[in-house]
Design a protein around this ligand. Structure first.
Ligand SMILES: Cc1cc2nc3c(=O)[nH]c(=O)nc-3n(C[C@H](O)[C@H](O)[C@H](O)COP(=O)(O)OP(=O)(O)OC[C@H]3O[C@@H](n4cnc5c(N)ncnc54)[C@H](O)[C@@H]3O)c2cc1C
Length: 454
């Protein structure tokens, strides 16, 4: 049975684990939260890089649940659309939504994580242990085995949550116990990412438009940039490993400068530390992990530990936060059940959705690199924006996923893909003219509803 007196271990005080700890602490459980790194509020990690993420409705909904939405919004810079840069330096702005006040937010990973850790200090029923690296979990007896301050320790709990990210030790412990019964797939792209920085201007302002997510799409590679509160932008290159523009070829000047001058000339002057950033910042891997089950006995995994995805929909953190939201609702409805029953319900309800966002994120990789510059795609986006503006009840695929959080990811994917296929078909007809009147737009919506039965 689930009882408030039970002791809970959460492994990983990243975004998902810290939010889960707040939520369970607010319910009155006794929590020990273990984090292998030092306290990010005291030590700068990741070599001082300012890494930011796009936070949107699903994540905000979960932050609101624990009373942190307003505080989180203070750390956010709204991004109302994509600013698309071509090789000649021309820019085109493409809004994310035709409705007023629908946008995504750039937020510092460290700032958000620090906000969650600060909040945890309000609860006397939570103990946080930094530099406590869990090695394995005895999932039969719910015993965690870990290194803490030069000691090797073992501790028994009633329940263990693994929110320890894509390389989860908790997941490995479950799968070692399950052997062949476990299903696990990890698919890595032939692409990596590297972070660079556009610093603030001398007066501390932004050097490029701040209320936008910038994209420099170049076919099979691209750069994006998201704003930070201090006036800088975190710039992320997504390149293949191999080939003439592959990370394995681009190592030093003059190749790097020649590459930027050819493909990203408008960025050259904005990246004064280009070579240093190249040398100092590693190439990160990009992969999708799908697995089952997500639990064994009294142990359950959440967040990237059970569904790491590629970052092209800006939804990995949002999905991990939404896990905590969905779990909270299940806990409210099923406090009279056992933990394993609750974990099973969580997996049954949530896995189709996290599989869906994993697939959508891979679709968006193609769209961001390639399609945002494609004439048919541009026509479709223009039409979608008009439809959303004049008929706000209509949601494009992007809006269904990003803003309509009452729909599950799976529902958003099914409906959004069907709409996309229909509208792309329409826009690719030779006779297609952008509609101008509400009557014409309404006719399109009616025909689409009939064709798609929505
Ligand atoms: C380049 C990039 C860009 C991204 N952009 C976005 C975006 O714009 N929007 C978005 O929503 N998502 C984005 N994501 C995804 C997002 O970063 C992840 O989905 C999110 O961080 C998952 O949170 P988590 O808490 O599950 O895992 P993590 O953030 O990985 O946290 C896991 C925590 O567990 C700790 N830990 C690991 N192992 C152990 C152990 N053995 N013992 C104790 N502690 C341990 C780690 O130190 C860490 O603190 C992006 C990801 C990448 C790579």
């Amino acid at each position: 049975m689930i009882e408030l007196t039970q002791r809970i271990a959460i492994v990983g005080a990243g975004l998902c684990g810290s939010l889960l700890a707040i939520n369970l602490a607010q319910r009155g459980f006794n929590i020990n939260l273990f984090e292998k790194r030092t306290d990010l509020r005291k030590d700068t990690i990741e070599g001082g890089r300012s890494i930011n993420l796009a936070l949107s409705n699903r994540g905000l909904k979960a932050l609101a649940m624990v009373g942190l939405e307003a505080e989180a919004r203070k750390l956010c810079i709204p991004m109302e659309g994509r600013m698309i840069h071509d090789t000649s330096g021309q820019k085109r702005f493409s809004q994310y939504s035709g409705r007023e006040n629908e946008y995504i937010n750039s937020i510092s990973r460290t700032g958000l994580n620090a906000l969650l850790l600060d909040k945890l200090e309000e609860y006397s029923n939570v103990n946080v242990f930094f530099e406590a690296a869990i090695d394995t979990v005895d999932v039969v007896n719910s015993i965690i085995k870990y290194d803490y301050l030069d000691q090797r320790l073992e501790e028994s709990f009633d329940v263990v949550f693994g929110t320890d990210g894509a390389g989860s030790r908790v997941r490995k412990s479950i799968y070692t116990e399950l052997g062949d019964e476990a299903e696990y797939s990890s698919e890595f792209l032939e692409y990596g990412y590297k972070e660079l920085e556009i610093p603030a201007s001398v007066d501390g302002g932004f050097q490029i438009e701040n209320n936008a997510l910038h994209i420099w799409p170049r076919g099979h590679f691209m750069i994006i940039a998201l704003p930070n509160l201090d006036g800088s932008f975190t710039v992320t290159m997504f390149n293949p490993y191999e080939g003439s523009v592959g990370f394995n070829s681009l190592k030093e000047d003059p190749e790097i400068m020649a590459y930027f001058q050819e493909y990203f000339p408008d960025l050259v002057d904005l990246l004064p530390a280009l070579q240093d950033d190249f040398d100092d910042h590693p190439v990160g891997r990009l992969g999708t992990i799908k697995c089952a089950p997500w639990h064994f006995n009294q142990t359950c995994i959440m967040g990237d530990a059970c569904h790491a995805i590629v970052p092209f929909y800006g939804q990995g953190m949002n999905a991990s936060f939404e896990d905590v939201y969905v779990f909270d609702q299940l806990l409210t409805d099923h406090m009279n059940k056992s933990w394993p029953e609750l974990f099973e319900r969580f997996q049954i309800e949530r896995k189709p959705d996290t599989d869906a966002i994993a697939d959508l994120a891979l679709d968006n990789f193609q769209e961001m690199q390639d399609k945002v510059d494609d004439p048919e795609f541009i026509k479709k986006r223009k039409l979608e924006m008009l439809l959303e503006k004049r008929f706000p009840a209509y949601y494009s695929k992007y809006s269904l996923v990003t803003f309509k959080d009452e729909l599950s990811y799976e529902q958003a994917m099914t409906q959004g893909r069907a709409q996309d296929a229909y509208l792309l078909g329409l826009c690719s007809q030779e006779s297609f003219q952008q509609p101008e009147t509400d009557k014409e737009l309404e006719a399109i919506l009616n025909d689409m509803s009939k064709a798609l039965k929505i």
